[in-house]
Design a binder for this molecule. Structure first.
Ligand code: URC
Length: 308
């Protein structure tokens, strides 16, 4: 929220960060339990300028109240819901309930608890922690205007062949050899924006956004790896990144833009020799794994009418 103040321009917001909540749903009459663990970030844009300039807190929604609201709303959700739905529900509450709140941003990171399978059987109430995380951000205006994004964080993938890098600029500082055979490893961060621009347009199908999350992840993985037999050749991280973004936009009509960050995590060839002796000669077999430095490659692909 922005104001003119004593001849200056002033912008402010307040909220509560990293509110952690876990919610369990116990199916009646047997069947499995479901659960989620969320870390919730709330930001409110509200007219509470008097707190800053007149020591008057009468317009302030206490961040402690915001924290409590997370638990009240989690309690009220008697059916399992996606992080996206919960983010929208919370943001809608803050903008609808408090006259002075004009918009709210709710971000959620879901911890990757997955139902455990024992001897091929899904366990009724047992979960284990997976790796990549489902993220979301809902920006809700008092009018019901919505900006909804979802994402995947920390999806680590690697392939041992079908990757190369050739034809790049060569100058007096270039040492990297051209290759059609290398390891390709990255940790994908993806954020995609849905085209629903008002909360009234959001699909009401239960767990719609969880299904979408799994579908997008599947498109990322299948484009990165190619078919199980033979895979697919990657001419660069840039090329693979673009193919993934294009596949996401072609496959999902309600996604209007997609941003990918794909650091190039290098596995260096190991060659060890003395002046007289070769001790280890690299033959696409022994690598030195690294995490720094890494290449950083990011791009956003949007439909013409949309922007991230
Ligand atoms: O796929 C790649 N893209 C680059 O931009 C790059 N730069 C580099 O040194 N190696 C690679 N690999």
């Amino acid at each position: 929220m922005a104001n003119e103040l004593d001849g200056f321009h002033f912008e402010q917001n307040h909220g509560k960060a990293r509110v952690r909540v876990a919610r369990v749903w116990r199916a009646d009459g047997g069947g499995g339990h479901s659960m989620v663990e969320w870390s919730v970030n709330i930001t409110l844009f509200s007219d509470c300028i008097n707190a800053y300039v007149r020591d008057d807190n009468s317009d302030i929604v206490a961040t402690d109240t915001m924290k409590n609201t997370v638990y009240v709303k989690a309690k009220e959700c008697s059916q399992q819901l996606s992080a996206e739905e919960f983010a929208i529900l919370l943001a809608k509450h803050f903008t609808a309930f408090y006259p002075q709140v004009t918009s709210a941003i709710v971000k959620i990171v879901e911890k990757p608890w997955e139902r455990i399978n024992l001897n091929g059987q899904p366990h009724e109430h047992g979960f284990k922690l997976g790796n990549e995380k489902h993220t979301t951000e809902a920006v809700v205006k008092k009018s019901g205007g919505l900006k909804l994004t979802s994402g995947i964080a920390g999806l680590s993938v690697l392939k041992t062949t079908q990757s190369g890098f050739e034809g790049f600029v060569r100058d007096q500082y270039t040492a990297l050899p051209e290759t059609r055979e290398r390891m390709l490893a990255t940790e994908v961060t993806a954020i995609w924006r849905y085209s629903y621009d008002s909360i009234s347009k959001v699909p009401q199908k239960p767990l719609y956004f969880n299904e979408r999350y799994l579908d997008v992840k599947n498109v990322v993985l299948s484009t990165f790896f190619g078919p199980p037999k033979g895979g697919v050749y990657s001419a660069s991280v840039q090329s693979t990144l673009f193919q993934i973004e294009k596949a996401v936009l072609i496959r999902f009509p309600d996604i209007s833009s997609v941003q990918l960050k794909m650091p190039n995590i290098h596995f260096l060839p190991v060659n060890i020799s003395t002046k007289d002796n070769t001790i280890v000669k690299f033959n696409d077999d022994v690598f030195l794994p690294t995490d720094e430095p890494h290449g950083s490659i990011e791009a956003t692909l949007s439909r013409f009418w949309a922007r991230m």
